[in-house]
Design a protein around this ligand. Structure first.
Ligand SMILES: [Cu+2]
Length: 472
């Protein structure tokens, strides 16, 4: 027994030395004169620093496969199988001509064996057979990075589709000998489709659904493994004037991505992650098991939405991320909204309601408020905003408006007759033009009643009769 423990200790000690001392590591792995270094790998959306050395190296990559529960979206959990604990797996960055010594360790808690097929490998299976690793084991194999480019890696253990569908993919960048052009920001994004027993958003720990996967009927199509992985606090960021490079992959297993950034044009696209560079591209295809590199300069501030432009995937299945750009406006490049007026095409004044149209009349104050809300959304919200907060300097607030609360009939008059000339609302002066609006007496009564009963206003109701006193 004691002997056992000693052996274990000895092993641990040796391992510790080889990890801690690069010198010793060099002796143990270098078979030629190449300098030896340990790869810096990163979790998405981060990318390891650019390679600065001018020559080649023997690069030791250590990667662990691990199966663990993660969050697909609010209230929905999924057992992800991963490289390095994240989906996609850790980003690997080496230089063309480097020799890579790959150590794949399968965590003892894994239920499955795993391996890795790197599309950057020239050799059978991309390393799959050589790296086949049972739980609690480590495999080592080596390859030379012959071709520069951005390559997908993935697990290729049977059933291959299932390992990929559970999140076992990532990217490896083989920088060309001359390096990559310097940019200000680099990010790492990989799309993937997921198949769950329950439909999109159905709560609980959702098992993988083989049938749906075979039918290519995805419940989730997401960037970086989960719905919302790059929105809100987790958005990508940049400053106006910077150049942004996105390393984009598609793990699949099934779907092809129509990769697009809303409000940007890709200045450069490294087509399919290769050497050919295309320019001025709106949307680029990323095949399953493929990649692309896109570059663009951010010229104006704002939130730029990253999507798969197969658009229901973006808004209904999760393929949506955000790039938040901060800095000064450039009104020449993008003005923002310059005008919002009432559009009354010629002849519209004489149009009349269909003769069989019967307006539904509100029969209670509650109904008046409900109907008035619709009138507000259709006619007022564009200027006065959804919460009645207005826009400073342009449209006065209707929320807690002292001007309106002092005499609600002022609101009726503004709608019927229009309103211009300086007015003071909550201590602020406005001098704009509100056009008269063609609404029925009932609609006017309802919308003012809606406003009076919302956003901290004083309450009360306006009747259609009292409106007719002004309109007649
Ligand atoms: Cu696997």
């Amino acid at each position: 027994m004691r002997c056992r423990i000693n052996q274990v200790l000895a092993w641990t000690f040796l391992l510790a030395i080889s990890v801690l001392s690069p010198q010793l590591l060099a002796v143990s792995v270098a078979n030629r004169d190449l300098p030896v270094e340990k790869a810096v790998v990163t979790s998405p959306p981060m990318v390891p620093p650019a390679i600065t050395r001018k020559g080649n190296a023997k690069v030791v990559v250590e990667m662990e496969t691990i199966e663990k529960v993660g969050e697909m979206t609010d209230g929905v959990e999924y057992v992800y199988w991963s490289f390095g604990g994240t989906v996609p797996g850790s980003f690997i960055r080496v230089r063309e001509g480097d020799e890579i010594e790959f150590h794949l360790s399968n965590h003892p808690s894994s239920k499955m064996p795993h391996n890795i097929d790197l599309h950057a490998v020239t050799g059978p299976g991309g390393g799959a057979i050589s790296s086949f690793t049972a739980p609690g084991h480590t495999s080592v194999f080596s390859f030379k990075a012959l071709n520069p480019g951005l390559y997908i890696y993935h697990c290729a253990t049977a059933p291959v589709g299932m390992h990929i569908a559970n999140g076992m993919y990532g990217l490896i960048l083989i920088e060309p000998k001359d390096g990559m052009t310097p940019v200000d920001r680099e990010y790492y994004i990989v799309q993937g489709d997921f198949y769950t027993r329950g439909a999109y958003g159905e709560a609980g720990l959702q098992p993988f659904d083989m049938e749906k996967a075979i039918d290519e009927d995805a419940d989730y199509v997401v960037f970086n493994g989960a719905v919302g992985s790059m929105i809100g606090d987790k958005s990508l960021t940049a400053n106006v004037g910077e150049t942004v490079r996105l390393y984009v992959g598609n793990g699949g297993p099934n779907l092809v991505s129509s990769f697009h950034v809303i409000g940007e044009i890709f200045d450069n696209v490294y087509m399919e992650g290769g050497t050919n560079i295309n320019h001025n591209v709106q949307t680029t295809l990323v095949p399953a098991g493929g990649s692309t590199i896109v570059e663009f300069k951010v010229e104006v501030p704002g939130t730029f939405i990253i999507v798969d432009h197969s658009i229901f995937r973006a808004f209904n299945k999760g393929a949506l991320g955000m790039l938040k750009v901060t800095g000064p406006d450039d009104k020449i490049i993008f003005s923002g909204k310059q005008f919002d007026g009432i559009y009354l095409p010629e002849g519209s004044a004489i149009q009349s309601l269909d003769s069989d149209y019967k307006a539904v009349m509100a029969t209670s104050e509650t109904e008046q408020i409900a109907f008035g809300k619709r009138v507000y959304e259709a006619n007022c919200q564009a200027c006065h905003q959804a919460g009645g907060e207005g826009i400073p300097g342009a449209f006065p607030p209707l929320a807690q408006s002292d001007y309106l609360n002092a005499d609600p009939m002022r609101g009726v008059s503004a709608i019927v007759n229009g309103l211009t000339g300086p007015i003071t609302v909550n201590g602020k002066t406005f001098n704009g033009v509100m056009p008269a609006m063609r609404l029925t007496d009932a609609e006017i009564a309802n919308v003012i009643t809606f406003i009076l009963n919302n956003w901290g206003n004083k309450g009360g109701a306006i009747s259609a009769e009292s409106v007719s006193n002004i309109t007649d």
